[in-house]
Ligand binder design. Structure first.
Ligand code: AMP
Length: 171
C-alpha cells in the first residue's frame, strides 16, 4: 500500500499567513495512490447500504464522485451559496469573520436515504457540521463522514459527536 502521507504536500501560508495548506494534488496525480485511497473507502462502505455519496465543494467532488462510481451509487453535490441552479436548502456555518452558507438541491435527498458525506479534509469541522445538519433536515440518515485528512489538533471531530467520522491520515 502506498504511504498516503507521501502524496500530501504542505504549502505554508496559503491561502493566508499561518495556515499550512494540505495539498492533495500530488495524490490525485498518482493513479496508484489515488485508487488506493478510493479503494480503502470502497472496502469500508460497500456493504453499508449507502444510497448516496454527498461531496462538499470542491475537493469533496473529486473524492466523492470517484467513490460514488466505484460503489455504483449516485453523487450529490453540496456547494457554496448561489452555485446550484435549482431550488435549494441551506445551512450556515461560522467563519473567523462572519458566516458562510452551503446548499444542496431541495430534491437531492428523500426521507430515510442513507448518505455518506465526503470531503478531503476536516479542519475546524464547521463545514461538515453544517452539511450534516442540512442532510438531517432532509430527514436522511447520515451513515458516516469520510475524509482523507484530519487535522486532529483543531479538534473538528468534537463538533460532530452525533456521527462517526473516518479519516485515513491524521496530523
Ligand atoms: P473546516 O470547516 O474548518 O473543517 O474546513 C474544511 C474545509 O476547508 C475543507 O473543505 C478543506 O478542504 C478546507 N481546508 C481547511 N483547512 C485546510 C488546510 N489546512 N489544508 C487544506 N484544506 C483546508
Amino acid at each position: 500500500m502506498p504511504d498516503i502521507k507521501k502524496y500530501i504536500r504542505d504549502i505554508p501560508d496559503f491561502p493566508k499567513k499561518g495556515i499550512i495548506f494540505k495539498d492533495i494534488t500530488p495524490l490525485l496525480k498518482d493513479p496508484a495512490a489515488f485508487s488506493e485511497v478510493i479503494d480503502i473507502f470502497y472496502q469500508r462502505y460497500k456493504d453499508k447500504n449507502i444510497d448516496y455519496i454527498a461531496g462538499i465543494e470542491a475537493r469533496g467532488f473529486i473524492v466523492g464522485s470517484a467513490l460514488a462510481l466505484k460503489l455504483n451509487k449516485g453523487f450529490i453535490p453540496i456547494r457554496k451559496k448561489g452555485k446550484l441552479p435549482y431550488k435549494t436548502v441551506s445551512a450556515d456555518y461560522d467563519l473567523e469573520y462572519g458566516i458562510d452558507t452551503i446548499q444542496m438541491h431541495c430534491d437531492a435527498l428523500e426521507k430515510g436515504n442513507r448518505v455518506l458525506l465526503v470531503d478531503d479534509l476536516i479542519a475546524t469541522g464547521g463545514t461538515l457540521e453544517a452539511a450534516a445538519k442540512m442532510i438531517g433536515q432532509q430527514n436522511a440518515d447520515l451513515v458516516e463522514i469520510a475524509l482523507i485528512i484530519e487535522l486532529e489538533f483543531l479538534k473538528g471531530k468534537d463538533r460532530l459527536t452525533d456521527f462517526p467520522v473516518f479519516s485515513l491520515i491524521k496530523y
